[in-house]
Design a protein around this ligand. Sequence first.
Ligand code: ARG
Ligand code: ZN
Length: 429
Amino acid sequence: VLVCVCAEENAQDERDVPPGVNHADHLENDSTGAQILSVVIRGVADRKKFEEIRKEIYLDVLTTSKWAVDILVQKSSLDYTKHLLKSADLEFKVLIEDIQKQMEAENPPESKESLSRSSLRGHGLTFDRYHSVDTMYQYMEYLNRTYSDFVKLEDIGTTAEGRTLRVLYISSGQPNRKAIWIDGGIHAREWVASAAVLWVLSELTEKRERLPEEMRELDFVVMPMVNPDGYEYTRARRSTRLWRKNRAPVSSACAGVDVNRNFEHGWGGHGTSGEACRDTYRGPRPASERETQAIVNYAAKNIPKIQGFLTFHCYGQYILYPWGYDKILPEDHADLQRVGEIAAQRIKEVGDVNYTVGSSANLLYPAAGGSDDWAKSKGVKYAYTVELRGPGYPGGLNSFFLPPEQIIPSGRDAFEIVRTVAEAIVLQP
Ligand code: ARG
Ligand code: ZN
């Protein structure tokens, strides 16, 4: 999920940023009383009014869709912002009442019992909380040791801060099988994306005998943590919980490139920024980032084997397919729509939540340089970006702060999508 509403990504002036906040950090050290508001956008008129207000006051847009724009408002400008929205007759609801409180509830400290259980198991990963990159990697090592007959751990790069980039290759045990790529965590603050991918990974390995037939026919490449530097930055302190990019030292003023604007296909187009301090900074050139290079090099080596490319984000509950860089559709869009709808239907049955299916430029906004577009441009048929829970407006709360009880349900959503794409690939003529 992202960011711009937005005729012109660069329209906002640097001076509009409230003092004390690096706007890509989004939060202050103490965010008591800061809120996330979801502003309803019924049509062009509402969008215009919103843009007018945006000229008046700095608005920190966290995400936008066809129907709503979610903004983060610091306590000091809350009254004024609400006043402006009301006077413009824009409807809004409060998604997060108090960000500070929300963050405190997000990840309770781990209990002694849980720690001792994990040392018995041989790894510390659980699905009742959000974990460090180290714990995720420890789990991947554990799987590699425990299921060495069909699992292979591969290091495919390192980050600017020296962390390893890792994938687990899960083999069907048959030669020349088609494969599905699955990743999460390209955006640092989207914690549940990695957690849900880890859930899928555990199903693909530890629960292998329970997998439906079509899933045992395929190989999988799983990269639960695309952006470990960014993720650890969001864990480090509350003021950086909403960081989105990686942590590459790209300019003296600001760090970080939006890895999902850094891929080659359509690079530099709509919904991207050339300004290093922006959340959607595309980087100095296509595939300038180590994370991008790691994915491109590894995945490219495995195309045409890879016929599904699933990249997990949050939030909004969308199943999105290319193109993302512009409002045009690939030739086989009807297949992508159909398979997406089957997945959405199954999620509805399993988890009783609604996912909306469509092309990302049409449903969200055009944004160029995404990994899904890159995969599609390389001939991967089923390329999807999935925005997991929580729901966008109407009905939705939570934003990026999804309570840990939602990790397993989100993992089940992700699993249904993987299963449906697997089926489509296996049944394909
Ligand atoms: N929320 C995601 C982002 O902004 C959506 C990406 C959809 N894909 C795309 N190529 N625009 O990065
Ligand atoms: Zn995202």
